[in-house]
Design a protein around this ligand. Structure first.
Ligand code: AMP
Length: 289
């Protein structure tokens, strides 16, 4: 049975999504731009390249079994999907913002009847309901930032990552409706099918292993045996370093460990100080924990 997966075909989530899936060992082939789908016969997988916005609907309707998209889009679509893995990219937040000169921004109080332009009407409506404010939601397809200046709305509810766009449009953030990042989602129906569930889990675990490897390095070094207690302090690793005897050198051992990339500088210098030699750090493709 072919299991179907959706990934964003363009936009902010596309490049990293394709990179993660490819690094996970799922061959997507060349010239992705023009392809709508790719069959991966040896894995019995079919990958569909579709708009990030459409992926929640495709998963919920069973058109595909699982997919990779933004949490904001799943929440806005209003489907109950199973979130299987956070992907640590595509971070943004749906935020309420208004013009710097607006009394709403100055007072921090939403008046009854406040008009809010957004391409996220469902989440925005729910937010104002929770605030107990009768807001008028003005649905727009994009460029929400301009709406207060056009007099179309008093406020906006829009995605913010760095805040640069808001600043450029002289808008000030008031509150966060929802924080979001890219994740892998599946339908409950797909997960209830044991064949599909196994295939989906394999893909998810492969992506997890790729992500775990990306910010780590494999370190090898020869160190004086007498310094082993010190080495264990320097190299917490995954369950401590592996220690190997070196033939013909009873006073020296080879140690191996996985370390966070950001610790490389500190660890290498610390090992040198206690007499470490032949220190080697290498990048690797996967870490299955
Ligand atoms: P796209 O419209 O295809 O570029 O994808 C939009 C999706 O990318 C959003 O729904 C978010 O999940 C994600 N995203 C991440 N950062 C941002 C951002 N700064 N602005 C808009 N969308 C973002």
């Amino acid at each position: 049975m072919t299991v179907k997966m959706a990934i964003p075909n363009k936009g902010r989530l596309n490049v990293r999504a394709v990179e993660l899936v490819s690094k996970a060992g799922i061959g997507l082939g060349d010239s992705l731009e023009r392809k709508l789908s790719v069959r991966v016969p040896d894995l019995d997988l079919e990958i569909f390249f579709v708009r990030a916005q459409d992926i929640p609907t495709f998963i919920a309707s069973g058109a595909v079994d699982f997919g990779l998209t933004g949490q904001d889009l799943v929440a806005e679509a209003g489907y109950r999907l199973e979130k299987l893995l956070d992907l640590n990219f595509g971070q943004c937040r749906l935020a309420i913002a208004g013009p710097e000169y607006s009394p709403i921004v100055k007072n921090g109080v939403y008046p009854a009847g406040v008009r809010v332009a957004t391409s996220y009407p469902r989440l925005t409506r729910r937010y104002f309901e929770e605030q107990g404010v009768a807001a008028e939601i003005v649905p727009v397809q994009g460029a929400a930032e301009i709406m207060p200046h056009l007099g179309v709305s008093d406020l906006i509810s829009d995605l913010v990552a760095t805040g640069d766009t808001l600043r450029m449009n002289r808008l000030q953030e008031i509150d966060t409706v929802m924080a979001s990042e890219a994740s892998v989602f599946a339908s409950a129906a797909a997960l209830a099918d044991s064949v599909k569930q196994t295939a989906i889990t394999e893909v998810v675990e492969s992506i997890r292993a790729v992500m775990a490897a990306e910010n780590r390095r494999y370190l090898m070094a020869d160190v004086p045996k007498a310094e082993l207690p010190e080495v264990e302090k320097i190299l917490p690793g995954i369950g401590g370093p592996t220690v190997l005897e070196i033939a013909g050198h009873p006073d020296v051992v080879a140690v191996q460990a996985v370390i966070p990339t950001k610790d490389t500088y500190r660890v290498v210098n610390a090992l040198k100080k206690i007499g470490g030699r032949g220190i080697l750090t290498v990048a690797f493709d996967r870490l299955v924990e």
